[in-house]
Ligand binder design. Structure first.
Ligand code: GDP
Length: 742
């Protein structure tokens, strides 16, 4: 079977083309050893089926990111029969930069000139014949979205892969060509495959290449010495990149004939940008959009219609769906979906409870509290996690997030970060693990360390149940605020904590220049429904898998150690305060006194300590633990397993106050994140000291932030003391600067 690889820039339409080619045959795996998705599928319309492998989206074949290394090694080592290089025709020059690198490899290539529908709609034209002549590679105009010419592309690829192709370079600089030619001959002598590609990279002293051809490096240096000192300067990489761009502007750019070359065309995208990326209004609009997202996800008074409707219309009183879609007002889609899941889980719990009624008390406890209580407490939040994730994916796919990175660049710069750091941070709202891996795109090491440390403060999907459950319980029992406002406020608190800590780090231990931020903005486009659904499905699958493995195991362990004493005798629910778990946690309880959920709580107050600790394994555990323990604490607890009611039970059982509950959220949001995130951070932070300091930083931040929330929340006037401390720190910084200058 033939094997074709798809290579191209991010956003060039690779996924769309891949889906069009492979349809339902596609499957997703991982590239060996890394968490980058590897997609493969079969194209069946030719006589012989073709295996299509989707390489990660990349801008070049340099070894700066994991994606680049994967794509490069795949083409060089796995030797696909043909590389289909997909190009976004609306961004011809930038996309061809990658092409000039791939074409140096001895591999058959065809170019898929994608999004041609957009080019044609604008009335522009690309001279394909001229491009082909220059590149000596077949170029096919396609529209992956509309399926246009996709089969023709595959025909041309099949023809091409039957012929051998030698690598070619576009670098025209005479001396450079000479040097590369010498190195290439030397490599050919050693029997190296793809000698031209390796010769160019060796001349650049590319990291991977230097390791691979260690023996040849000194020879390359000697070749360089045969030219005069000033011929190349010392930035070889820059020189090569410059050579590529020169060729592209000289020969490739003119193949694009614009209809309105002289006139500056204002596209709808530009018009939208006038408003959305406005100098002053850009950030408030972004905050408003964020609030709208939280409103859709969390609000129990959707669109504030509560004032206009009568409670009977929506409460569905007397049916199993009572309160699902609203009580005094209409629930937002996120809350309604959550209500539906809770009806279902409540129904299951009741059925199981009825079924188990004749069995011994401990069996009922283990199944209802240990098994179901914990899992159902977190599963209920799956809809909200998905709604939130969907909204963020739409913002990202549409091209809006990239613009926010730009608007925020100016502001972030004041804190010592570039706009580029914003993208991994915002990814943190989904999950910290990929977000931390994404920091590889940050060129500056100190900026990267600072970013990794604050990513967990961008509250992830797994922390969402904590926020919603606690906020819901606050609203239900203390009758204050709206759930959406509380959650939004807590999310913003996380962001604020991140910004302040970055500022402190960048002006003390991680001082350094903030690198410039250059990025091409893609035009706005409607996200693809299918892609969004695939993303949602993956997210849901991951969450459910986690619920039935890690979280289930944790809740069962929690149930056992909360029902046995140190003498291994079984304790009924009423005596849970004498359990192993209670005794150990009570020892730790005083540590949490400054943050409001320590020794000041009444006898069962240790449950919050346990929740924080199990949260270190996975943050979903915080609520599932409370769910399991609530089942044991409240003796009348039947059927309703939702996280909200678990926290409500805890309020009654422990007497925890509202400020302490907010502090509990803040603590879990800013403390050491889950195992998976810690491991990812460890992988990215080089050096034991940096890593240990990071752990310490998380512990310290969580205590500082949550104690401030608790203290200010409990005694409002203490805010003046905090303010005074902030002012003193600020003045000290200023003073230090003045002394230094003086
Ligand atoms: P990837 O990042 O390279 O995988 O890019 P995607 O396949 O996700 O495509 C990026 C965006 O471009 C999506 O919104 C697609 O719908 C859109 N797109 C892809 N191909 C075409 C095309 O041929 N024409 C148009 N108009 N849009 C396209």
């Amino acid at each position: 079977m033939y094997k074709f690889a798809l290579a191209g820039n991010p956003n060039s339409g690779k996924t769309t083309l891949f889906n069009a080619l492979t349809g339902s045959t596609a499957h997703v795996g991982n590239w060996p050893g890394v968490t980058v998705d590897k997609r493969e599928g079969t194209y069946r319309k030719t006589d012989e089926p073709v295996l299509v492998v989707d390489l990660p989206g990349i801008y070049s074949l340099s070894p700066y990111t994991q994606e680049e290394v994967i794509a490069r090694n795949y083409i060089l080592d796995e030797r696909p029969d043909c590389v289909i290089n997909i190009i976004d025709a609306t961004n011809l020059e930038r996309n061809l930069y990658l092409t000039t690198q791939i074409m140096e490899i001895d591999v058959p290539i065809v170019i898929a000139l994608n999004m041609i529908d957009v080019v044609e709609k604008r009335g522009d034209n690309i001279d394909v014949k001229e491009l082909e002549r220059r590149l000596k590679i077949p170029v096919i105009k396609i529209s992956a979205l509309k399926g246009k010419n996709v089969d023709k592309l595959m025909e041309r690829a099949l023809e091409s892969c039957k012929q051998k192709r030698k690598g070619e370079t576009v670098i025209e600089n005479q001396e450079l060509r000479h040097l590369i030619g010498d190195v290439k001959i030397a490599l050919e002598g050693q029997g190296v495959k793809d000698p031209l590609f390796h010769a160019v990279k060796l001349a650049e002293l590319d990291e991977l290449e230097v390791v691979m051809h260690e023996g040849t490096v000194s020879m390359v240096q000697n070749f360089k010495k045969t030219f005069s000192d000033t011929t190349f300067g010392d930035d070889f990489e820059g020189l090569v990149a410059d050579g590529r761009y020169k060729y592209i502007t000289k020969y490739f750019s003119p193949t694009l004939k614009r209809k309105n070359a002289e006139k500056f065309v204002v596209t709808p995208s530009d018009k939208a940008d006038k408003v959305l990326t406005h100098k002053i209004w850009g950030i408030p609009i972004f905050l408003l959009i964020l609030f709208a997202i939280f409103h859709v996800t969390f609000s129990e008074n959707f669109l504030y219609l509560g004032a206009f409707i009568s409670p009977e219309w929506v409460s569905l009183a007397g049916t199993p769906f009572e309160g699902v879609f609203g009580a005094g007002a209409i629930n937002s889609p996120g809350v309604s979906l959550m209500g539906l899941v809770e009806v279902l889980t409540g129904f299951i719990t009741e059925a199981v409870a009825g079924w188990l009624a004749p069995s011994p008390e401990w069996v009922q406890g283990l199944v209802l509290d240990g098994f179901l209580g914990g899992i159902f407490a977190v599963l209920g939040f799956l809809p909200q996690i998905l709604v939130l994730f969907l909204c963020f994916s739409i913002l990202e796919d549409s091209g809006y997030m990239a613009r926010i990175a730009f608007i925020l660049d100016r502001m972030l710069r004041k804190f010592g970060l570039s706009g580029r750091a914003f993208l991994p941070m915002i990814m943190g709202f989904g999950c910290s693990v990929p977000a931390i891996m994404n920091t590889r795109t940050l060129a500056d090491d100190k900026e990267k360390i600072a970013t990794i440390r604050v990513i967990p403060f961008f509250s992830c999907g797994a922390k969402l149940p904590i926020l919603t459950a606690v906020a819901g319980a606050i609203v239900a029992s203390a009758n204050v605020g709206n759930v959406d406002l509380i959650t939004y406020g807590m999310y913003l608190l996380g962001v604020l904590t991140a910004l302040i800590s970055v500022l402190l780090m960048r002006s003390t231990s991680l001082k350094g220049e903030t690198p410039p931020f250059i990025m091409e903005l893609p035009a706005y486009h409607l996200p693809q429904f299918r892609n969004l659904m695939v993303l949602l499905w993956e997210k849901a699958k991951h969450f459910i898998q986690k619920a039935f493995t890690i979280i289930l195991a944790s809740t069962i362990v929690i149930w056992f150690i909360s029902h046995f004493s140190f003498h291994w005798e079984f304790l009924p629910d009423e005596s849970i305060d004498q359990s192993i778990l209670a005794n150990v946690s009570m020892l730790l309880q005083p540590i949490f006194t400054p943050v409001g959920f320590g020794s000041q709580l009444s006898q069962s107050g240790w449950v919050f300590v346990v929740a924080c600790i199990t949260g270190l394994i996975a943050k979903e555990n915080v609520v599932s633990t409370l769910g399991t323990l609530a089942g044991c604490l409240s003796l009348t607890f039947v059927g309703d397993e939702s996280g909200v009611s678990a926290v409500s039970t805890m309020i009654t059982a422990t007497g925890i106050t509202v400020p302490a509950l907010l502090s509990f959220i803040a603590f879990n949001m800013t403390t050491i994140p889950c195992f998976a995130t810690v491991a990812a951070a460890k992988g990215e932070l080089h050096g034991k000291r940096t890593f240990n300091f990071t752990l310490l930083f998380w512990i310290a931040t969580s205590f500082i932030v949550s104690s401030a929330v608790y203290v200010i929340g409990s005694w409002w006037w203490t805010s003046f003391i905090y303010l005074a401390v902030v002012v003193v720190i600020f003045l000290l910084f200023k003073l230090k600067k003045i002394v230094k200058r003086g």
